[in-house]
Unconditional design. Sequence first.
Length: 188
Amino acid sequence: LPDWQGRQLHLVLARVLDTASRYLDSVLGQYRSGMRDDLAYRIARRDMHNADAALSTALSNMLREPGHVRRNLDAGFHFLALSNTLLGHLSALGAHRDQVDSYAGDPLALAAGERVRKALQQLATALTARQPVSEEDNDADRAVAAELEQIEEAMPPKLQLIRTQMALVLRLLPKVRAAANQAVATLT
């Protein structure tokens, strides 16, 4: 029997978000404890890049499938653009990871990191189960992003970078939720 990529796309999307969550967790951990280019960090980074590449490959393979099994191709390409943007933001955080004492002392930045990590995991879980995701957190994500963007002049530059990137990711989450819901809707 054929192995239609279109029927498995939700699992590929879920893997992207799961690996993004683990990569973010690894990066933020190093802001608390200091930069370590250890195996766990490199595996998390590699897994995120590989999951993003696997999504691109799956979409490319779907282009050769019959129309009735690739109904979610547009949703997949939209999700790919968003996952590339997410990867860019996480990579920016990863490129500048170093121990930042002010990060551990900034409850808003800590809460934002945890909020994003949990949201990515919830999205991955919902996609795996082919379930729509609630978009009720979208307004709260935007509100936290707006708070993060209130940067004081005396704030250390590394903390400014962390807050800016986390705000960008939080502003991206509503679009990722919508794309995930679009992909799930085409599966039924």
